[in-house]
Structure formats: structure tokens, C-alpha cells
Design a protein around this ligand. Structure first.
Ligand code: CUA
Length: 151
């Protein structure tokens, strides 16, 4: 009865594909599938733009901030931009999963090793904002923070 055999092969193939799908989802973990650029987390220091973290003026009231997260801090640690600036953040991690949150704004993202997290925000209110890690990343997690001054 070949039909039975073919049916079994068919079902077996389906099951195999399904397991593969489940496994790949599992292996990907919580990584967002939204086309984030990838980066070799062991070569962050040699990979532009992360070989030069900092604040870069792009045009009037538009800045790019390149940040590197590493237990337990952000580089650069203090960011200053004029009030009304739109800041485009590019963040990656050199080690484990970190968070990137600026309370009082809608900036709240995960920073994964091997990925570039991109988010933008326009700072309309002057003041000193905190940059926090909101993903548990080790014993120094609660100390992992930076500052963003809007002047
Ligand atoms: Cu980095 Cu928590």
C-alpha cells in the first residue's frame, strides 16, 4: 500500500517543517523581526558607526547619537542637545541584552548584542533626562544609566 507510505512521508515532512519552524523561533528568542541591522557583537569597536560613539549633528535641530551599551553603562554617558532637537539613536550592545529607556519620553527599546536598535525622539522640553537600562543584565543593572541634557 504505497498510498499509506506516501501519506506518512507527507505528514512526516510537515511535522519536520513545523518542528524546524518552532526551533528557529526559539533560537531567535525575542529578537525583533523588523529588519534591524545586524552587527558582530565581538567587533563593535571596529564597526562603524560604533567605532566612534557620540553625538553627531546632522542638520539644524537634528542629531544622531551612537550609543554602545555594555554592563554596566552607556557610551557616551552624557549627551547634550539643544531644545527642540530630533535625536536619532543607534544603539547596540557589546555583551548581553540591555534596555534603553528614557523616562518621560516614548523611548523604550531593547538593545541586543548583534543588533542595531534605532529609535528617534524630538526633545521639546528642556531638562535633564535619564537614560536607563530596563532589562536585567547583571549585578550592576540598577546602576546602569546615562544622562541626556536638553538645553
Ligand atoms: Cu544593562 Cu540592565
Amino acid at each position: 500500500r504505497y498510498e499509506k507510505l506516501w501519506l506518512m512521508i507527507g505528514v512526516g515532512t510537515l511535522v519536520a517543517f513545523f518542528l524546524l519552524l518552532v526551533y528557529s523561533q526559539y533560537a531567535m528568542g525575542f529578537m525583533p523581526a523588523d529588519g534591524h541591522a545586524t552587527i558582530d557583537s565581538t567587533k563593535v569597536d571596529q564597526t562603524p558607526p560604533f567605532n566612534q560613539p557620540g553625538v553627531f549633528k546632522k542638520s539644524d535641530k537634528e542629531y544622531e547619537v551612537v550609543l554602545v551599551a555594555l554592563a554596566f553603562g552607556f557610551t557616551p554617558n552624557v549627551i547634550e542637545v539643544p531644545v527642540g532637537s530630533t535625536v536619532h539613536f543607534k544603539v547596540t550592545s557589546k555583551d548581553v541584552v540591555h534596555g534603553f529607556e528614557i523616562p518621560m519620553t516614548r523611548v523604550n527599546a531593547m538593545v541586543l548584542p548583534g543588533h542595531v536598535t534605532e529609535t528617534s525622539y524630538t526633545f521639546k522640553k528642556p531638562g535633564e533626562y535619564l537614560i536607563l537600562c530596563n532589562e536585567y543584565c547583571g549585578v550592576g543593572h540598577h546602576m546602569m544609566m546615562g544622562k541626556l541634557r536638553v538645553t
